[in-house]
Write a protein that binds this ligand. Structure first.
Ligand SMILES: [Zn+2]
Length: 134
């Protein structure tokens, strides 16, 4: 896990800091997380530093921000280093009862897109009732 985190940071040209490592390790483990859960789980750092770190990771496209029903979620950016003519779309399930977002690992859809189109973001969100609320 730590090797993968270091690799992601190095590949993007970012220096490895304890907080960057911790945010990425948390997202690797959880696939997708709400901003609130990240704040709850990463306590040793003050909020300003945490927000700054998240912004940098988004700017360097290592992670991405998803907004749904006014709630913010963060996920690893799976399209990193993918050319835009063939990319994978991540599918998430949003539970309207507990407001949790789950990454559907087995439901990555691959698309072909004309080369004169440039893909900036690619995800689908399916909403409904999750297994825990059902
Ligand atoms: Zn639920």
């Amino acid at each position: 896990m730590i090797n993968k985190v270091n690799y992601l940071l190095k590949k993007s040209g970012l220096s490895i800091t304890p907080l960057r490592k911790e945010v990425l390790a948390f997202l690797l483990e959880n696939e997708v997380s709400s901003l609130d859960d990240i704040k709850k789980n990463i306590k040793e750092f003050d909020r300003v530093t945490l927000y700054r770190t998240i912004k940098v990771l988004i700017k360097f496209k290592i992670i991405k921000e998803l907004s749904f029903e006014n709630k913010k979620f963060l996920s690893l950016n799976r399209n990193i280093n993918k050319s835009s003519d063939s990319f994978e779309q991540s599918v998430y399930f949003y539970c309207m009862y507990c407001n949790n977002l789950t990454f559907l690992n087995n439901k990555i859809i691959s698309f072909d897109i004309a080369p004169d189109y440039e893909v900036h973001q690619s995800e689908s969100i399916i909403s409904g009732k999750c297994n825990l609320c059902n």
